[in-house]
Design a protein around this ligand. Structure first.
Ligand SMILES: CC(C)(COP(=O)(O)OP(=O)(O)OC[C@H]1O[C@@H](n2cnc3c(N)ncnc32)[C@H](O)[C@@H]1OP(=O)(O)O)[C@@H](O)C(=O)NCCC(=O)NCCS
Length: 165
């Protein structure tokens, strides 16, 4: 199903397609605890932050951008510099077809090649698809943060999953 899939680094030309995919998740799900959609200006800053070592891989299916996966700094203090946090978002039309697994696997391999030591994922605890996805790619559950977030008038527990690269 994912035969014509290309995984490649993000470019500035991907700004609108990645913003659309991300904002759909902001407005319809707890996959991200952002509440307001990202403006073009906000998202342009995010793009600039993901053109270098904090890489973003874009999934292109039959020439259309259908998803992306990125790493970001885990925490700003210098002692955490070897640790990254991943994010992954697909267009709803292509979910459940194995693209997320391929994208995350490739992201983790790239992060290891770049010299990072470990990758953390914060996942809404009842998001079983994302937890399965991360487990398939070698992440293990290392804890659950109770009622750490709030969205759509409910408290959100976060599962913390980790993979040593
Ligand atoms: C989460 C997401 C990245 C997963 O990518 P995907 O391509 O849809 O997932 P895959 O097809 O690679 O499947 C990953 C696992 O989830 C399972 N899965 C996928 N879709 C499912 C569904 N609708 N119901 C139940 N299980 C499902 C797969 O079976 C697989 O697990 P398994 O191999 O143990 O069976 C994607 O669905 C997505 O972008 N969702 C919206 C944004 C989001 O939630 N991002 C993650 C934030 S933490």
């Amino acid at each position: 199903m994912a035969d014509d899939l290309i995984l490649r680094p993000l470019t500035r030309a991907d700004a609108e397609s990645t913003r659309r995919i991300y904002n759909h998740a902001v407005l319809t799900s707890t996959a991200t605890l952002d509440i307001e959609p990202r403006t073009p200006t906000d998202h342009a800053r995010w793009v600039e932050d993901h053109l270098g070592i904090y890489v973003c891989l874009v999934a292109e299916l039959n020439g259309a951008v259908v998803g992306f996966a990125s790493i970001s700094p885990y925490r700003p203090r210098a002692g955490y510099a070897s640790t990254v946090e991943d994010s992954i978002y697909l267009d709803p039309s292509v979910q459940g077809r194995g693209i997320g697994t391929r994208l995350l696997r490739s992201l983790v391999e790239t992060a290891a090649e770049l010299g990072f030591h470990t990758c953390i994922a914060h996942i809404v605890a009842d998001h079983h698809v994302s937890r399965s996805l991360h487990a398939n790619v070698g992440f293990e559950l290392v804890g659950v943060q109770r009622e750490i977030g709030r969205k759509f008038s409910r408290w959100i527990d976060l599962a913390i999953m980790q993979r040593l690269l």
